[in-house]
Design a protein around this ligand. Structure first.
Ligand SMILES: [Zn+2]
Length: 361
């Protein structure tokens, strides 16, 4: 069922559920007015509950704005709070603005320039691309905000980021904006370092709607202390990965053991220069130890970076990420050259990586 907060009356006037109405008032309105969806024109019913935010629901199952979210109280509440956020800052904000040129309904349209999409349920990569493209074609900048329950623990930590949220990183490089209606607070996932699978290490920071600005605040880079926490967590995942490799029975078929063999690395003596946490590592969705071993193996065999990637020995996240993956490998090769003789222990390695991180952000 598709739920909305704005409906059109018979006289084509828009009725907004953005104010706080007494239940009595809503019942009177419901009994005296017919409402229609501004998007598809179908009849909608005003739903008044004790707990849920009042909203309009389509009377019958419809294919209205196929990319809309299914019913969710969090989505309705979040949209309302975000609407209030923009109104309080005196922006021209339109709730559930239907754009007939692209057949899309923006959760919020701000200054006719930004489409704020508050997304509480997973969206496919294709849907995300279509919606983003639709807005951009009309000179509208989409801004995606992920709906969460909150509160979230803040600080540097291991994060599980599902694929659809990871997609948003391509639109907002480096960070993800989240919003919890329960707390009326934004959250940021920033300074994200890819580990493997859907695992990342990053910084979580809340920002109350009362302290948020627009355009939205941009997260700061990590301090040295925060970088150290990130590095230590990353190092733990690295140790786990290496330990897991010793259980592999068929070592000849294992890319890890093959690379170790080719590089003449004996068990338990993997140099620190393999398995470094790097910015943009998500372009190679594979454990850092593994792809970095394979990069050095290829480099010693004088295989060019492009040829290595084309051989599919190391995966890339997306066909369009080819150049980014190449840049990542080149960056690693340069770091490796400076670190291959490194024997200074983790503190020195951390400092070196922090300096290189500071230059990159
Ligand atoms: Zn509709």
């Amino acid at each position: 069922m598709i739920c909305i907060l704005v409906a059109s009356t018979k006289d084509k006037l828009l009725f907004y559920l953005t104010k706080t109405y007494a239940n009595k008032e809503l019942v009177a309105i419901k009994n005296s007015t017919e409402f229609f969806c501004p998007c598809c024109g179908a009849e909608v019913i005003l739903k008044i509950g004790q707990i849920k935010t009042p909203h309009f629901a389509h009377k019958s199952l419809t294919h209205c704005d196929t990319y809309s979210e299914p019913e969710s109280p969090r989505h309705l509440q979040g949209k309302l709070l975000l609407y209030q956020f923009f109104s309080s800052k005196n922006y021209a904000v339109e709730l559930e603005k239907y754009l007939p040129e692209i057949c899309q309904r923006a959760d919020l349209l701000v200054n006719r320039q930004f489409a704020i999409e508050y997304q509480c349920s997973p969206l496919s990569t294709a849907q995300l691309a279509v919606r983003t493209h639709g807005y951009l074609q009309h000179g509208i900048q989409p801004v995606w905000i992920v709906g969460i329950e909150g509160p979230l623990k803040d600080g540097i930590q291991l994060l599980k980021i599902p694929a659809w949220i990871k997609e948003l990183l391509r639109l907002n490089p480096g960070y993800i904006i989240l919003f919890s209606p329960e707390e009326n607070s934004f959250y940021y996932y920033s300074n994200l370092f890819y580990v493997s699978g859907n695992q990342w290490i990053g910084k979580v920071k809340p920002l109350s709607a009362l302290k948020q600005s627009f355009p939205f605040a941009v997260p700061k880079k990590l301090t040295e202390k925060e970088f150290e926490t990130m590095f230590n967590l990353f190092h733990q995942t690295r140790r786990k990965f290496i330990a897991s490799q010793s259980f592999i029975k068929n070592r000849i078929a294992s890319p890890f053991w093959r690379a170790c063999y080719e590089l003449q690395i004996k068990e338990g003596t993997l140099p620190e220069a393999f398995g470094l946490p790097l910015k943009n590592a998500e372009f190679i969705p594979c454990n850092a130890v593994l792809w970095q071993l394979q990069v050095i193996e290829a480099s010693q065999k004088e295989i060019a970076v492009k040829a290595l990637i084309e051989s599919k020995k190391i995966p890339i996240s997306h066909p369009a990420a080819l150049e980014d993956a190449e840049a990542l490998v080149e960056n690693y090769l340069a770091l490796y050259e400076r670190l291959k003789e490194h024997r200074g222990g983790n503190a020195v390695l951390m400092k070196f990586l922090f300096d290189s991180y500071c230059k990159s952000v």
